[in-house]
Design a protein around this ligand. Structure first.
Ligand code: BDR
Ligand code: CA
Length: 302
């Protein structure tokens, strides 16, 4: 599966990127970066560091610094740490970002492989909206957009209504949902059903993958945040989106047209609507099998 990850690393973004490298069924074509958990400049540095860590010579193209319409947001330092890697200081990368912007990279790569490229946005979806606006062929040429975002029947995680990636750019998700592209929404209805615990990270750290101890180190702060809100582990949000793209049989849901509230107290809420193209919304999953896929890939990469 040819894959571009659009990301704001971010602890669970880092977990997703290491998972992508460990899954032999994924051909990673590149990373595009966006503001969100950190500034876009930090997201780009972190993405460049992560491609070094996973030993992949893939491009990192920098994208949006702020939402399409809303004013800039403060990064989510309280969840992902001051530089996106928990309490760790983010290392300076050796490489440099690609000369194309994220939207240019997305449009060109999808055009070069029509019907073949899956795009997984795991941060605010601003770059994908920009790609759709830049190239009218993007929505038809992309194989699928499998997006971490939204909450249909589940409550939000930044407000009672809104999930963080959608809250940070509701207009962008609304553009993407209206585009007619094939879309699967992997939202809080499923991503909080798999929680990673200290024991899981002990397993990852003790495994034979080079990045195990790094993943455990960056996750400490993230786990503390989840404990502070009363959960026993951290949500598998971003890695689960990649697992949904690779193993759709582990999920079920419904096809429905969706829109996003663009103002008012429920801004960022995803809801069933009329007059839009239908998208696939995941609502249930085999949590045990998904966790096993994730840990097996990291602990025993083959
Ligand atoms: C999403 O928000 C970010 O904090 C995570 O990286 C994930 O993409 C979960 O709501
Ligand atoms: Ca993310």
């Amino acid at each position: 599966m040819k894959l571009i990850i659009d990301t704001d690393p971010g602890v669970d973004d880092a977990l997703a990127i290491v998972y992508a490298a460990a899954d032999p069924g994924i051909e990673l074509l590149g990373l595009t970066t966006v503001f969100g958990n950190v500034t876009v400049a930090q997201a780009t540095r972190n993405a460049l560091h992560l491609v070094e860590r996973i030993g992949r010579d893939v491009p990192v193209a920098q994208g949006a610094a702020q939402p399409l319409v809303l004013p800039p947001f403060a990064p989510s330092h309280h969840v992902h740490g001051p530089e996106g890697f928990g309490a760790l200081a983010a290392p300076l990368p050796r490489g440099a970002p690609h000369t194309e912007s994220a939207a240019e990279f997305l449009c060109r790569t999808v055009r070069e492989h029509p019907g073949d490229v899956v795009v997984c946005p795991i941060g605010p979806i601003t770059n994908i909206a920009a790609a759709i606006e830049m190239d009218p062929g993007f929505a038809t040429n992309v194989r699928e957009i499998v997006v971490m975002g939204g909450a249909l029947d589940a409550p939000g995680n930044v407000t009672p209504f809104a999930e963080a990636n959608t809250y940070h750019d509701p207009h962008a998700l609304d553009v993407v949902l209206a585009s007619g592209a094939p879309i699967t929404m992997v939202g809080l209805d499923v991503t909080l059903r798999v929680l990673l615990t200290d024991t899981d990270f002990d397993l990852v750290a003790a495994s034979n993958i080079a990045n195990g101890p790094f993943l455990k180190d960056i996750s400490r702060f993230y786990l503390d945040f989840y404990r502070s809100i009363g959960l026993t582990g951290c949500g598998l949000h971003d890695p689960m989106t990649l697992i949904a793209a690779r193993h759709p049989e582990l999920f079920s849901g419904e096809r429905t047209p969706l829109s996003v509230d663009l103002e008012g107290p429920a801004i960022g809420k995803t809801r069933r609507t009329h007059g839009r193209p239908s998208v696939n919304v995941l609502l249930d999953c085999d949590a045990e099998a998904i966790k096993a896929r994730f840990l097996d890939a990291l602990v025993d990469p083959s």
